[in-house]
Design a protein around this ligand. Structure first.
Ligand SMILES: [Zn+2]
Length: 258
């Protein structure tokens, strides 16, 4: 295998891992948001329940005031009973008091309905508080996990960037440009290993001639289908194999193409 390819293979491995890390880092905020969703939901429920409870409590208080007003009104009516002269007036007044009492009964029933409602709402709020505490606990745990993941990825990335710089510094500039160009046009994968006669960049079978060249030659050889720079990944070739095969170099029209 062309020894110049070794650093490029390492660079590619670094580039692929760095792209993977950046991709994971992009997904982290989405994961964090998803982890927070149940907590946000229960806080909203709690706010809604609290508002409902406030409304019901106000309503109940207002009805209680109605009762007080009502009581003082009927009290006055009762006092007036003794002042009435005729039986007709008296009976009419008694009827009014009776009607007033009936109305009071209705208000009291409405108060009972509100009291029941308030009790249920308070129970709901207590339950929501418990759920909120649980959701908070879950979120804090998940956030810590994601933060740790973020920190680990950032550390790994800066380490890989350093390695990348070091390796790139040892590669001839023209070759590096060629690699970058190929990488841009081949979805981050500029080089592809040859395994079992197949280019692992495009998974197509290349000619046995080209396979043999990749195995032995120091030339830059490219896949005839996808144009990726090919390298040999199998067992090292023995000297005997090289000398016996190297003599008549076949045409490599399938090779140098970039
Ligand atoms: Zn290919």
């Amino acid at each position: 295998m062309n020894p110049q390819l070794r650093p490029l293979i390492d660079l590619q491995a670094l580039d692929l891992r760095m792209a993977e890390i950046k991709d994971s880092q992009r997904k982290l905020p989405v994961l964090l948001e998803a982890a927070q969703a149940p907590l946000t939901e229960i806080i909203k429920q709690l706010t809604d329940l609290t508002a409902l409870l406030e409304t019901a409590t106000k309503e109940r208080r207002s009805l209680e005031k109605d009762i007080e007003a009502h009581d003082s009104q009927t009290e006055k009516m009762r006092t007036r009973l003794s002042e009435l002269k005729t039986n007709k007036e008296y009976q009419a007044h008694l009827f009014e008091i009776e009607m007033a009492n009936k109305k009071k009964g209705e208000i009291e029933e409405r108060i009972l309905v509100y009291m029941e409602k308030i009790e249920q709402q308070q129970k709901g709020i207590t339950e929501a508080h418990a759920k909120k505490a649980e959701a908070e606990k879950q979120f804090v745990g998940e956030k810590a996990r994601l933060d740790a993941q973020q920190a680990a990825l950032t550390a790994e990335l800066s380490e890989l960037e350093q390695k990348h710089k070091e390796i790139a510094a040892g590669v001839e500039k023209g070759l590096l440009t060629r690699y970058a160009k190929l990488r841009a046009s081949r979805k981050d994968q500029a080089l592809a290993p040859v395994r079992n006669g197949i280019c692992f960049g495009c998974k197509l079978q290349i000619s046995p001639q080209l396979v043999a060249q990749v195995k032995r030659s120091d030339a830059m050889l490219f896949c005839s289908f996808c144009g990726r720079l090919l390298y040999w990944e199998g067992e090292p070739v023995s000297d005997a194999a090289i000398s016996s095969a190297a003599a008549p170099r076949p045409d490599d029209e399938a090779g140098e193409s970039v």
